[in-house]
Design a protein around this ligand. Structure first.
Ligand code: GLU
Length: 506
């Protein structure tokens, strides 16, 4: 009996790092199933041993841990419908292949790669299908005895699905609606290979979706041939009643909109296309990841959710729970979604503003300790509170705030030329007296006292403040001046002014 519970699966092939498009596919699976109170399953589709890459499965698991999208069943977690790695399900598939052979809905083919190549060279657009299969070396053309003899003698073969021509296949897709495809566009895909005794992707995928009681197949993969072919396979097995609902997501396009987003676009334009950094085990080439580039996982999730789906309102910032509530296939676009890297940064900026200063202080800690700076978390948090509105990434906090942790050792030349006047040393010496006289060194108190002094002496406010900033910060940047000095404290402020007077006047 099929349960009513919604069950979806993310079914990546471990052939390398997970592309951001794959992450979005998994996210939409997650949002949909959680909205329905259903399960989210990870199934590793590793039947193609030639394309297997070590570390890829671990990478996938780590990426979802980081993103905060937990699986209910997975190779790591187990579950009632395991194993969840197709390479460990080898024994399960053979019976289904045999069933199709018995029903004569599939056949055995012996054509070697060379024979197939020769055929392709001889016939333009050659397709192994109803129009050509009778010219090939297979169980439809060879006598039964001969087929048996070849198999017994150890000849390698494949099993091909037998697609009857000219039959309309209706695919009901939650995004595209009802689409009718004529079977003649399909070829007789290989569903099993004797060489590794493994089914190919199409067969294993359909059999596992059936056995794992998957109710919805939400995939980002190309529509053809999978959509009609899988419907064909469901029919061949007489599983139409339990066939999952399909949803084929739109492609993620290059920022320019022409074609699918690739790793090369990321390299060319300077943004990651993978959730985590990836080191290719063969070439040792490093590909950047969102995590290592300083993105918050919540920002990545929010950004990806809106790449192909929209809420129908102006709202852009969504928590994961809000996304779960709001998601619907009706609002998934049928056409591709252009990747907008500036928008990704914008989301990260927004999420940094939402993150507490204490949490950001934790995140900045490794940067500080790398620079041999140790200070109270509380102090770091206060500094972050003053500068975070200026950054898109945690690592940019250091550039904005370094002067809170180390006094300037040099002074920006251009600023010196512009802001340091002959009368400045004298005026700043007076300023030191003013500051010294302030007991409660709060930002407000300082501002009041300093402005009063400037007014009394009829000094130029801008000139004084600019020189003051140059002395304390080393250049003309940073948040409100008195917020800086209140935080670094009276003595440090005075020390810095003294040092500037000495150094710059030389
Ligand atoms: N292993 C397939 C892929 O990575 C799965 C596609 C699907 O979700 O059915 O493209």
């Amino acid at each position: 009996m099929m349960s009513n519970k919604t069950r979806v699966r993310f079914a990546p092939s471990p052939t390398g790092p997970l592309h951001i498009g794959g992450v979005r596919t998994a996210l939409y699976n997650y949002l949909f199933t959680k909205q329905q109170g259903g399960d989210f399953i990870l199934r590793i589709e590793d039947t193609d041993s030639a394309r297997f890459v070590p570390g890829a499965e671990e990478y996938i698991q780590e990426a979802f841990d980081w993103l905060g999208l937990p699986f209910d069943e997975s190779p790591a977690k187990g579950g009632e419908f395991g194993p969840y790695r197709q390479s460990e399900r080898k024994d399960i598939y053979k019976k289904y292949v045999d069933e199709l052979l018995e029903k004569e809905l599939a056949y055995i083919a012996f054509d070697t790669p060379e024979e197939l190549d020769a055929k392709r060279n001889e016939t333009a657009n050659f397709q192994y299908d109803a129009s050509t299969r009778l010219q090939m070396r297979n169980s439809l053309t060879l006598p039964t005895e001969e087929v048996k003899k070849l198999i017994d003698s150890g000849e390698q073969y494949v099993v091909r699905i037998k697609i009857e021509p000219n039959i309309d296949i209706t695919v009901n897709d939650l995004i595209r609606g009802e689409v009718v495809i004529n079977s003649s566009v399909l070829d007789d895909k290989v569903i099993y290979k004797s060489s590794d005794q493994l089914p190919t992707y199409h067969l294993a995928n359909v059999v596992d979706d059936h056995l794992m009681q998957i109710t919805h197949v939400i995939r980002g993969e190309e529509w053809l041939p999978s959509a009609p072919l899988h419907v064909w396979l469901y029919r061949s097995f007489d599983w139409e009643n339990t066939m999952p609902q399909f949803a084929h997501l739109p492609l993620i396009l290059k920022p320019e909109g022409n074609g699918k987003l690739s790793k090369r676009d990321g390299d060319r334009l300077g943004f990651p296309v993978f959730p985590l950094e990836w080191r290719d085990p063969q070439s040792s080439e490093i590909s950047s990841g969102y995590r290592e580039s300083g993105y918050l996982p919540q920002a990545v999730v929010n950004f990806l959710a809106l790449l192909g789906w929209n809420p129908g309102t102006e709202q852009e910032i969504f928590s994961l729970d809000e996304l779960v509530q709001a998601f619907s296939f009706d609002r998934c676009s049928k056409s591709g979604a252009k990747f907008d890297f500036e928008k990704a940064k914008w989301f990260n900026h927004k999420y940094i503003q939402e993150t507490s200063d204490d949490v950001l202080a934790e995140m900045l800690e490794p940067v500080l300790s790398e620079k041999n700076i140790s200070c109270e978390k509380d102090y770091t948090a206060k500094v972050i509170g003053l500068v975070k509105e200026r950054v898109n990434f945690v690592k940019e906090l250091w550039d904005q705030a370094s002067f809170f942790f180390v006094a300037p050792t040099s002074y920006d030349e251009k600023t010196v030329r512009k802001r340091w006047k002959p009368e400045t040393p004298e005026q700043l010496s007076e300023l030191i007296y003013v500051l010294q006289s302030i007991d409660d060194f709060s930002s407000e108190n300082q501002e009041k006292a300093v402005k009063q002094w400037i007014e009394d002496r009829n000094y130029h406010l801008g000139n004084i403040m600019n020189a003051f900033r140059l002395a304390v910060v080393g250049e003309s940047k940073g948040p409100q001046m008195f917020d800086i000095t209140a935080l670094i404290g009276k003595q440090e402020t005075i020390d810095r002014i003294n040092r500037a007077i000495k150094e710059i006047s030389l």
